[in-house]
Design a binder for this molecule. Structure first.
Ligand code: ADP
Ligand code: ADP
Length: 226
């Protein structure tokens, strides 16, 4: 099955605002997929529904074949999510943020150790592992969010504007890291409003605006049209 399959997805918020109108998207296993569009286009709403933080109004979402409406527990095992806002426990130590997360997936601390060490080192947070997470800089918190999303070894990583407000140097090192995660076999979907970010990272890109998919093609096809 596809890593992600979205059919006829519509979102009407409680105030009546129609944020998504019948979206279709298919993301193949192994892809690095970008959902590109301006602020307010519906990117976070889409990822919010996929990660079941937001309720959909209509349509179907499958993660590796598992329908999130009927088979959410299975679907969630495949998924690691990096939301835009920091939402970890600021008083927990950096390494404990990861160990707690692994625990949510039934992975005991002693079995999580290797993954915790690997991701903290890969993201330059190893020296900070005993610090409370509130002591980290903004860029470090963002990297901690990424490590947390990966600690249970999900097959699909989704990131909502992962480099928004991040300086150019950190942005480039995050690009390098994410490219390696994809090369190692994980499917990645990210939202961005930076064309250059989609261009640097993504193999396939969908352009969304006002809740509708305007284009959906390989990067090369899309850039050829610009
Ligand atoms: P749902 O339809 O998923 O139940 P709601 O319409 O109840 O969601 O809104 C969820 C939350 O988002 C509310 O706390 C609301 O205040 C907030 N919210 C409202 N309008 C906006 C907006 N334009 N952008 C972001 N958040 C909003
Ligand atoms: P993007 O991530 O592309 O910037 P969003 O998915 O956050 O876009 O928002 C899409 C549209 O839905 C925006 O117009 C936003 O104001 C609106 N919106 C988001 N959350 C809510 C909410 N809870 N209630 C009402 N409108 C919302």
């Amino acid at each position: 099955p596809s890593a992600l399959s979205i059919r006829g997805l519509t979102k009407v918020y409680n105030n009546g605002f129609r944020a998504l109108e019948h979206i279709n998207l298919e993301v193949r296993q192994g892809d690095f997929f970008g959902l590109l569009g301006p602020n307010g286009a519906g990117k976070s709403t889409t990822l919010g529904i996929v990660s079941s933080l937001v309720n959909k109004s209509e349509g179907e979402v499958r993660i590796f074949g598992h329908d999130i409406a009927t088979d959410l527990e299975q679907a969630k095992r495949y998924l690691g999510v990096v939301p835009q806002e920091f939402n970890f426990n600021m008083f927990e130590k950096v390494e404990d943020v990861l160990i707690t997360q692994a625990g949510y997936y039934g992975i005991p601390a002693n079995e999580a150790r290797d993954a915790v060490e690997y991701y903290l080192k890969a993201l330059g947070l190893w020296d900070k592992r005993r610090e409370q997470s509130r002591m980290l800089s903004g860029g470090m918190k963002r990297r901690l969010m990424i490590a947390r999303a990966l600690v249970h070894d999900p097959m699909l990583l989704i990131l909502d504007e992962p480099t928004a407000g991040v300086d150019i140097e950190l942005r480039r090192s995050m690009w390098t890291f994410l490219t390696k995660v994809n090369d190692d076999g994980k499917t990645i979907i990210l939202t961005t409003h930076y064309l250059e970010e989609a261009e640097a990272l993504c193999r396939n890109i969908a352009i969304i605006d006002k809740g509708r998919i305007l284009q959906n093609a390989s990067k090369h096809e899309l850039l050829g049209q610009l």
